[in-house]
Design a protein around this ligand. Structure first.
Ligand SMILES: Cc1cc2nc3c(=O)[nH]c(=O)nc-3n(C[C@H](O)[C@H](O)[C@H](O)COP(=O)(O)OP(=O)(O)OC[C@H]3O[C@@H](n4cnc5c(N)ncnc54)[C@H](O)[C@@H]3O)c2cc1C
Length: 304
């Protein structure tokens, strides 16, 4: 099928883009990498009257590391964020999760902020932003606001973005000391959307005990659910890098998550994957946290 007719706008500046978005309001859609929007248009699942292409706003292609963490601009492609050494050093979960997003060709066009704005609960970067307690900076002709990830994802493909707003930047906090992260998932073929995916961050205290164990999920609910599983962490003395030690934490997800069935998996199968992958992700993250606690540098698992 072909898309419904639309008017195409290609602003040269941010001001022009925001003025156009204000003009067209709810009839307009931002076009970033087009990797999600164009299929939706072609299938006529979306039919905006105006497309505002932000491809010329090169000032929004930044990947910046600062004291607070990593700031990713609206035009930074997944591949650019994935390759950025400073971003990977400050927050290793970015690179780990991005390697699982689609295929390299799609990552060369698709943007990380676009994927967050799209608010697909099957997207890895929505889960990463939620898990890290990041935020999104939104701009419109009347000003800017910063929305925490917990308030940004409202439902499947539904976010806090209002008509006339552009997501300017996503902010990912840096990894704290003595922490480790992991992202594991199961997809039918490499590069497909995951049937179930789990991101995990484990932080240890000064004695090497688990101070915090949190997870977030892909394809396991309408929004990227975040769980605090610290109470189910293995006791001191257990081998934290062994997924068997995290079995209780994995088991608890069955009571906390309510995945849907679809053509890819039954809800029961997803719950099973949730249990297994949670234990696996937490063990991997905890192993890295232990290595980080022993090393003078922050988590050193970028090569993994
Ligand atoms: C075959 C295939 C497999 C894929 N597999 C995966 C996968 O495994 N995991 C995954 O996470 N993604 C996957 N994707 C999607 C990919 O990551 C997209 O790049 C991403 O979802 C959207 O980014 P985009 O820049 O292409 O956005 P677009 O397609 O341009 O836009 C998507 C939506 O977000 C809005 N939007 C985009 N940018 C902004 C902005 N700055 N401000 C406001 N609104 C904005 C658009 O209006 C639109 O509604 C896949 C895509 C394809 C085609």
């Amino acid at each position: 099928m072909k898309p419904s007719p639309f008017t195409y706008h290609r602003p040269e500046t941010l001001e022009e883009a925001l003025a156009t978005l204000a003009d067209v309001g709810g009839d307009g859609k931002v076009l970033a990498g087009g990797q999600s929007l164009l299929p939706l248009l072609s299938m006529r699942l979306a039919a905006p009257a105006h497309l505002v292409d932000i491809g010329r706003l090169r000032g929004l292609a930044h990947v910046t590391r600062d004291d607070g963490g990593v700031r990713v601009g609206a035009l930074a492609r997944h591949a650019e964020v994935e390759r950025d050494a400073g971003a990977a050093a400050a927050q290793p979960l970015l690179r780990r999760a991005l390697r699982l997003v689609a295929h390299p060709t799609i990552r060369n066009r698709g943007t990380t902020v676009g994927s967050i704005a799209h608010a697909d609960p099957s997207g890895e970067m929505t889960a990463v932003l939620a898990l890290l307690r990041g935020s999104v900076v939104l701009a419109s002709a009347s000003g800017r606001r910063e929305v925490a990830a917990a308030d940004f994802f409202v439902g499947p493909l539904e976010s806090a973005l209002r008509p006339g707003e552009l997501a300017l930047e996503a902010r990912f906090p840096a990894a704290p000391a003595r922490s480790g992260s992991a992202f594991v998932e199961l997809a039918r073929r490499h590069g497909d959307y995951a049937v179930c995916g789990v991101g995990a961050v484990v932080v240890l205290d000064e004695r090497g005990a688990v101070a915090s164990a949190r997870t977030s999920y892909v394809s396991m609910g309408p929004v990227p659910e975040v769980l605090d599983l610290t109470a189910d962490a293995p006791p001191s003395g257990a081998d934290l890098a062994d997924s068997a030690a995290w079995r209780a934490a994995g088991a608890r997800t069955a009571a906390l998550l309510e995945p849907d069935a679809d053509i890819h998996a039954t809800a029961d199968y997803r719950r099973h994957l949730g249990r297994v992958l949670t234990a696996r992700a937490l063990a991997e993250a905890a192993g890295r946290a232990r290595a980080a606690a022993r090393a003078p540098e922050p988590e050193e698992a970028l090569r993994a």
